[in-house]
Write a protein that binds this ligand. Structure first.
Ligand code: KG4
Ligand code: ZN
Length: 343
């Protein structure tokens, strides 16, 4: 079975082809991605209307590219999968519209996929795929969640952020530090030459006894610290503040993940979403895993941020479990807000 995946929930247009047998890990045949980051950079963040307009221009050329790369013809596609939510409504509608049109023209089923399900299954395309069950730490620009994953489609929310997402904490702190968009990689870059112990920034909800997160207070602390540093903070001040901010975020993410592993008794941790690319987070979790004997799984770096491969993969793994999905009509639906536990 050949699955076409289309991702258009935010600022990346992704298209990919996955081939799956009735069992075994599906295979990525080809994937293509167009990132709108350069376009949004001028505005300091994603402009939803511009995102939608750009997805429309990218999605068909990217689809042609993956078909050519994989030497697969349009008629060989068995299922068309698209990101149904969560995400920006207008952006989601582009992927949904193209998917449903293709499905109607080719007389193939069209399946709506949950964006976060794509992220948490994405390590199955890595060289060291996880086994079920596992704890998933989903850390992106819009979400910060710990999930218990027993199987494809069996997701239980263990905890989530009550305000900003981890990626947002990176992005907003980076903006305060005068760094460009997206802030995560920029802040991580500056942090490389900074002292993470210089500023003692808050780690909210660290001892809350649950698995929820809160990052909104961090940007206020960054702002206050910057103010104390005066009009002209030195390069070293800024680097130390970047490193201390990153250390606070990483510390909370790592400790809550450890608590989730302990409370569930599970021994595998999957880390997915854009912030999963962060080297400091990976180093910390690597040290904890070595010390405590749990196993860590990441998607390949190219599949950490949004992409079409994870959407086609989620559809393929659902098909392997259940055969045809109930949701295979050619109707149009997007769900900008959609809790994963109900997917
Ligand atoms: O999963 P993703 O590509 O898109 C969403 O679904 O949100 O995640 C994007 C987020 C942004 O906030 C970006 O700043 C952050 O991931 N990010 C990073 C790194 N790379 C991307 N944050 C910290 N360190 C990184 N290396
Ligand atoms: Zn994402």
């Amino acid at each position: 079975m050949i699955f076409l995946g289309i991702e258009s929930s935010c600022d990346e247009t992704g298209v990919a082809l996955i081939e799956a047998q009735a069992s075994g890990v599906p295979r990525l045949c080809a994937q293509a991605l167009y990132s709108q980051i350069d376009m949004h950079r001028a505005y300091g963040g994603v402009v939803p209307e511009l995102a939608s307009r750009d997805h429309i221009q990218r999605v068909l050329p990217l689809a042609r590219e993956v078909l050519a790369d994989a030497a697969i013809s349009l008629h060989e596609i068995d299922v068309i999968a698209y990101t149904q939510g969560p995400g920006l409504a207008g952006a989601l509608l582009v992927g949904a519209g193209v998917a449903v049109s293709l499905g109607a023209a080719l007389e193939r089923p069209v399946w709506g996929v949950h964006h976060l399900e794509g992220h948490l299954l994405s390590p199955f395309l890595s060289v060291d795929p996880p086994a079920f069950p596992f704890v998933a730490l989903l850390v992106s620009g819009g979400h910060t969640q710990l999930m218990r994953v027993d199987d494809v489609g069996a997701y239980a929310l263990l905890g989530e952020t009550i305000d900003d997402a981890a990626g947002e904490a990176f992005d907003k702190s980076a903006k305060l530090l005068g760094l460009g968009y997206p802030g995560g990689p920029a802040l991580a870059g500056l942090a490389l030459v900074g002292n993470p112990a210089r500023f003692d920034l808050p780690r909210p909800l660290l001892h809350s006894g649950d698995l929820n997160f809160s990052f909104a207070g961090l940007k206020t602390a960054v702002m206050t610290t910057l103010r104390k540093l005066g009009e002209q903070p030195t390069e070293q001040d800024r680097a130390d503040l970047a490193a201390s901010t990153q250390a606070a975020i990483v510390d909370v993410l790592a400790r809550k993940s450890l608590t989730a592993l302990k409370s569930t008794g599970l021994t595998r941790l999957v880390v997915a979403g854009g912030v999963g690319a962060n080297a400091a987070l990976r180093d910390r979790l690597g040290l904890e895993a070595a010390g405590r004997g749990f196993k860590l799984h990441y998607p390949e770096l190219a599949l950490c941020t949004d992409n079409g491969a994870m959407i086609a993969l989620a559809a393929a793994m659902r098909w392997q479990r259940k055969g045809a999905s109930a949701d295979s009509g050619h109707h149009f639906q997007v769900r900008p807000r959609w809790p994963l536990a109900t997917a």
